[in-house]
Design a protein around this ligand. Structure first.
Ligand SMILES: [Zn+2]
Length: 175
């Protein structure tokens, strides 16, 4: 099977409190592109369908998640006091908040995307592994997560949190 790559666009907003940048501490937005690359666990061989058909399932699930849950979400550190505001004043909007362990940087988002896509691939039982996640934050600023700079089994993220689950969640709020 061949490697597969696909791209999706979404709008997002975030703010960074721990990062020492006053410009980034006010909520602001980006229109981003995420490109993911999947490698087959087996090499391509001729015969039969000659394509990785189940891949369409994971692509559909991934794009559905991006379109319906990630697009127009607000990304916040799980300790950001804004979450308290939404909890008490606009709880109906909590479902549009993506939470992070630490600042919601593009690097952290790319790592979360990696884990979420890996969970989707696993639940579909696909013979693929996530090779690379690339987020184009602006036309001149792209973040790349791959196996050289990211170890999913030793990345400091708590067990059982939303990026590790194969459901459509983007946070760990309980109602
Ligand atoms: Zn930003």
């Amino acid at each position: 099977m061949a490697s597969l790559e696909f791209t999706r666009r979404y709008a997002m907003a975030h703010r960074l409190l721990t990062t020492k940048s006053p410009k980034c501490a006010i909520p602001h937005g980006h229109n981003e592109f995420v490109t993911v690359r999947l490698d087959p666990t087996e090499p391509f061989r001729f015969g039969g369908a000659n394509s990785a058909a189940p891949f369409e399932h994971v692509k559909r699930r991934w794009h559905q998640w991006i379109d319906e849950h990630v697009d127009h979400a607000l990304h916040l550190d799980e300790n950001d006091p804004l979450i308290g505001y939404f909890r008490t004043r606009e709880p109906e909007r909590l479902s549009q908040i993506i939470t992070f362990q630490g600042d919601p940087t593009t690097e952290a988002l790319a790592a979360c995307f990696w884990l979420k896509l890996t969970a989707f691939v696993a639940v579909e039982g696909l013979a693929f592994t996530v090779r690379e996640v690339r987020i184009e934050e602006t036309p001149t600023n792209t973040v790349v997560i791959n196996r050289q700079n990211f170890d999913p089994s030793d990345c400091g993220l708590r067990a059982g949190v939303w990026p590790r689950r194969s459901d459509m969640s983007i946070n760990d709020f309980r109602d």
